[in-house]
Design a protein around this ligand. Structure first.
Ligand SMILES: O=C(O)CC1=CCC(=O)O1
Length: 269
């Protein structure tokens, strides 16, 4: 296990460095998950690209810290980029992870070569939906909403055919620190990247599961419409977390997208 302390926050991470002409790609996980959601993608891409996965604060084995806004998560991601000496990175963010990616681009556009914005948006949910969720989990715990959230994370087919995994992801979600979960809900509620998305000037792939109940295809398509020149793709038979449910399809899209980038930014892993 690897840990690093940046700005007083200890972050759990895994860095797999590729040799030769490799790009660096950083994966940013979603609300209620830790970096193990990327395991299949990491296994598939290991050796082809330098890969960095980490538990964002308040999740997994990272410190909880204080989470007042997406900026707090951006601080950690920005610190990780510097800690690993990365000059240019490709960001792959899932859901709130995609907001954190948009936040890093808005703050430090020069270090972002490209972005893969996965099941995310410029604005996710409403004040009302987040306030309701926050009130329920503060009163009754994450387990009170877990069954409902799993319905948006995974398709009905996943629910019937991958029952043990479903149990495992229920455990993952409900074992996140309450303060980290609630803080990240507040951060998502207050985030709006609508204007920032219009200013994105790097190649961007927006991708979504066809059955995503949290950031549905129409919403992710509207994010793609804001980002000049972006590419939009739908993954079949996937809910909100295609890196778990359809990792081969997402890996193929990542490979294809990274291969389409202009040469020159490699060797920064
Ligand atoms: O937990 C959910 O409802 C799905 C989700 C929304 C933002 C995020 O990161 O995950």
């Amino acid at each position: 296990m690897s840990f690093v302390t940046i700005g007083g926050i200890t972050l759990h991470h895994r860095h797999l460095k590729a040799t030769g002409n490799a790009r660096a790609i950083i994966f940013i996980n979603s609300l209620g998950t830790d970096f193990r959601i990327w395991d299949d993608i990491v296994s598939a891409l290991d050796g082809e690209m330098s890969l960095l996965v980490y538990d964002k604060r308040g999740h997994g084995l990272s410190d909880i810290g204080e989470i007042k806004s997406i900026d707090d998560h951006v601080d950690d991601l920005s610190g990780l980029v510097d800690h690993f000496g990365l000059k240019k990175v490709v960001l792959c963010g899932l859901s709130v992870g995609g907001m954190i990616a948009q936040g890093l681009y808005a703050r430090r556009p020069g270090i972002v070569e490209a972005m893969i914005l996965c099941d995310t948006a410029h604005k996710i949910g409403t004040n009302e939906s987040w306030n309701t969720r926050i009130a329920v989990v503060e009163r009754k715990g994450i387990q009170a909403i877990a069954d409902g959230v799993l319905k948006v994370w995974f398709t009905p087919a996943f629910h019937t055919s991958r029952v043990a995994e479903l149990d495992g992801y229920w455990n993952m979600m409900t074992r996140q620190a309450l303060a980290g979960y609630v803080g990240t809900c507040v951060a998502i509620r207050n985030a709006d990247f609508t204007d920032a998305a219009r200013r994105i000037e790097v190649p961007t792939l927006c991708v979504v599961g066809d059955q995503d109940g949290s950031t549905p295809p129409a919403l992710v398509r509207s994010l793609a419409a804001l980002i000049p020149g972006s590419r939009f793709e739908i993954i079949r038979d996937a809910g909100h977390i295609p890196c778990v449910e359809q990792p081969e399809a997402l890996t193929a899209l990542i490979r294809d997208f990274v291969a389409s980038l202009a040469p020159g930014a490699e060797n920064h892993g």
